[in-house]
Design a protein around this ligand. Structure first.
Ligand SMILES: Nc1ncnc2c1ncn2[C@@H]1O[C@H](COP(=O)(O)OP(=O)(O)OP(=O)(O)O)[C@@H](O)[C@H]1O
Length: 279
């Protein structure tokens, strides 16, 4: 069965790409499809023909040494690279079969469907409530205050933050601890009901206890969301992801079920990286 093997990106055209396997589950529907994605910063090419299928309701981890292009590729998935001057993206990326680089596509709408959580928690300088209510309000998701209150509460629950903040919703989000701020940012992303959540090293600014909470949360969130996480920590990738993609020097070397990438990678470069020979 083709989905049982690790799929080098160059083989993607040869197989049915409507599903991919995760270790604990039968094949899952693909939510995001990238084909031959290359990225240039000015004249410098940062990514070379990256092709990957990202399954729904699972965690896909991007790993690889510093500067290999993990964050650049992550930013392609919700067109955050549009905001970088001189950055050019070639190739095709589809979300549920729709070309996200279509000129007619509303980018604000796309970024609600594909939310993002950054390395450093970045709550707005507003109250905890307003941090979460802002997105649903501008996207017209609540008809009245009661509905907005319900979205805020549900989002904070889903981000495992409600019990810690329910009595201080009007206090500034920036007054929370680092780990709480990151969960607030996750609540903010969830509040607009995204299909995909991108996380760019979401724990790198957090202590081990806050990191463990975020990892637990990611595990819960995957029941409802498609998650892509960039991480420097191979332990974290092994703990939280069902699929892992290894990048090196702007190339996607290989990707597949996390257990297979960590126990029997198909490429020597992957083996060398996961055994600590470089990186
Ligand atoms: N805004 C930018 N302008 C110019 N070059 C950039 C920009 N962002 C990234 N690059 C370059 O693109 C390449 C890939 O960088 P990227 O940040 O995507 O790698 P990464 O794997 O996420 O690295 P790290 O793990 O260190 O965050 C690097 O050579 C980097 O210097």
């Amino acid at each position: 069965m083709p989905s049982e093997k690790i799929v080098p990106s160059s083989d993607l055209y040869a197989i049915s790409s409507s599903t991919v396997r995760t270790p604990d589950e039968s094949p899952r529907p693909v939510r995001v499809t990238a084909r031959d994605v290359s990225v240039f910063y000015g004249a410098k090419q940062a990514l070379f023909d990256v092709s990957i299928d990202i399954p729904e309701k699972a965690v896909t981890a991007f790993i690889g040494p510093s500067g290999c292009g993990k964050s650049t590729f992550l930013r392609c998935l919700n067109r955050m690279n549009d905001t970088i001057e001189d950055c050019r993206v070639n190739g095709r990326i589809e979300l549920d079969g729709q070309n996200i680089y279509d000129a007619a596509l509303d980018v604000v709408e796309l970024r609600a469907r594909v939310g993002m959580v950054f390395q450093k928690p970045n709550p707005f300088p507003k109250s905890i409530y307003e941090n979460v209510a802002y997105g649903p309000r501008i996207h017209g998701l609540a008809k009245n205050k009661a509905e907005l209150d319900a979205i805020v509460e549900a989002s904070l629950h889903k981000a495992s933050l409600w019990s810690e903040v329910k009595d201080r919703l009007n206090e500034p989000g920036t007054g929370l601890s680092g780990g709480q701020q990151q969960r607030l940012c996750i609540a903010r992303a969830i509040a607009v009901s995204p299909e995909v959540i991108l996380m760019d090293e979401p724990c790198s600014a957090l202590d081990p206890i806050a990191t463990a909470k975020i990892e637990e949360l990611i595990d819960e969130l995957k029941q409802n969301f498609t998650i892509v996480i960039v991480t420097h920590s191979m332990q974290q990738a092994a703990r939280v992801s069902q699929r892992t993609a290894f990048f090196h020097l702007g190339n996607l070397v290989e990707e597949g079920p996390t257990d297979m990438i960590f126990t029997s990678p198909g490429e020597k470069r992957t083996q060398d990286y996961i055994t600590g020979r470089f990186g």
